[in-house]
Structures are given as C-alpha cells and as structure tokens.
Ligand binder design. Structure first.
Ligand SMILES: [Zn+2]
Length: 275
C-alpha cells in the first residue's frame, strides 16, 4: 500500500484542475516499475510454489494426504527474497527455461494488471470528485479528502480492501496456474488421472462453490473444461490430483459433469491462467 501513496499524492495535486487532470495524473503511473513489482514478484513465487507443491509433495509417497490447499503450503519458500527463491526452484530440479517463461509471462500479466488497477483507481477518484461536487462541496474539499485519506479509494493503509482483494486473487490465481501446468504433464495425468475439488468448508463458502465439495472427475472429461480454482474473486477452493488407489481407498465416485448450479465466473478458471 505505501507504493500507492505517490498515486494518491498525484490525484491530490491534480484535483483542482478537475476530472480530466485527475485521470491524466493517474495514467502517468502506467508502466511504473514499483507498482508492477508489487504483484509481479508474489505472482511468480506463487506459480513456482504451485509447481513445486505438485512435484515435491503431491507426487511423493503419501503426498496427496499431506496436501495443503493454498499458497501458505510453502510459507518458507514464499518468504525467500525473490532471487533466492528462483535459485531454490532451479536447485530443486525446476527447469531454468521454464523459469524464464514464467518470468516473461508474469511481467506481461503484472503490467496489464497494474494498468487495470490504475484505471479502477482513476474511476473511483473521479466518482468521488463528482460526488463531492454533487453534494455541494468543492474541488478543494475533494483534494482535502484525498490528502487526509477520508476518501480512501480502497488504497490506503486504513482501508486497503480494493488492493487486498485483487492482490489475494492474483496470487491465488498464479498458484493455481503453477499447479495446473504440472498436473497436466503427461507423467502426472498417467499416474494421477483424476481431479478432486475441495472448498474451504467453513461458514464463508459460497453456496455454488459448496456444491463442488468432494466432486471427482477424470482430467480429460470435457464437461469440466476450465474448472480450476480460483473460480471468482476471493475463492478459496483447491484442486488436487487423485489416483485409482485414492478413489478405492476413500470410496470416491467419478462425476460425469459439474453439479447443476455451479459455474466458473467469466475471467476465472484455467482460461485465465497466464500460460
Ligand atoms: Zn471457491
């Protein structure tokens, strides 16, 4: 969030010149390296963590039982400095060419994503400015509200909800993309040809995602195309692989199609993964 302080300052400085000046001031942050790194590095690490989890844990003997559903599964890895984490990944057998591909893909993604964020902030600022004028306030009042953070735009330390929401979802999506890349490799689909969905199973699970709790399907069933979490903003569902032995041991049955009432929100699922 401190990284967005200059954006707020720019909005406050442009405030007295009206909405077009505010939009232009925000647009000047497009391509800003500090803002792009805020998501770039965590997304790269989450993707690599997702890949490592499939390779080092899920495919290991007894690994499926030790599965943990989220990027917090590899907390030590995710806390490493960026360069050390990349180094760790390649030392543990990660393909360096794959790392380059991941870096390039998330560079593009974080750039596009930061631009989208700036557009959202710009619209929120202009809406706030308009609201101030509609309620009989002045451009000075708007500038003061930005400066004293009473107009948070969702990007202040006290009210970071906009930034947190997108950040968590982007990191969860990168983790899902890393897992997806590995669970689709031929050796994994050969030994673990099924997928199983689990939700967070608490009171906050949305009813439509709860329908998917424990659903098992074959990896090549076209009825499940694109079914990979996150399914929408702040989705905490997890997808794991399963073998014939897992199905027999747990008595799991294989579904032909997702349950009625479940759908992946457009812009989410495997279609949204970076590669
Ligand atoms: Zn979910």
């Amino acid at each position: 969030v401190p990284a967005f302080a200059p954006v707020r300052d720019a909005i406050a400085s442009a405030a007295l010149d009206g909405p077009d000046a505010v939009a232009a001031a925000v647009a000047r942050f497009r391509g800003d390296d500090t803002l792009e790194r805020l998501t770039y590095e965590p997304m790269v690490l989450a993707d690599l963590a997702g890949q490592m989890f499939v390779r080092l844990v899920e495919l290991a003997p007894g690994g499926a039982e030790r599965h943990l559903a989220s990027p917090v599964a590899l907390p030590a890895f995710l806390r490493l400095p960026f360069d050390e984490a990349i180094d760790f990944f390649t030392r543990r057998g990660g393909d360096p060419a794959l790392v380059d591909e991941v870096l390039r893909a998330y560079r593009r993604r974080s750039s596009q994503y930061t631009d989208d964020q700036l557009d959202t902030i710009s619209r929120a600022a202009i809406a706030e400015l308009q609201r101030t004028l509609d309620e009989g306030g002045t451009l000075q009042d708007f500038r003061a509200a930005i400066r004293d953070e009473s107009a948070s735009l969702g990007i202040t330390a006290a009210d970071p909800r906009y930034l947190e929401n997108v950040y968590r979802t982007q990191v969860a999506s990168a983790y899902g993309a890393g897992r997806w890349a590995q669970i689709n490799s031929p050796d994994v689909t050969a030994s673990r040809p099924y997928r199983r969905l689990s939700t967070a199973m608490d009171s906050r699970v949305s009813p439509d995602h709860a329908l998917m709790q424990g659903v098992v399907w074959r990896h090549d069933n076209p009825a499940f195309t694109g079914v990979a979490p996150p399914f929408r903003w702040q989705c905490r569902c997890a997808l794991t692989t399963a073998s014939d032995a897992d199905l027999a041991a747990h008595g799991w049955t294989v579904s032909d199609a997702p349950p009625a009432g479940f759908a992946v929100t457009p812009g989410f699922g495997s279609a949204s993964f970076v590669r």
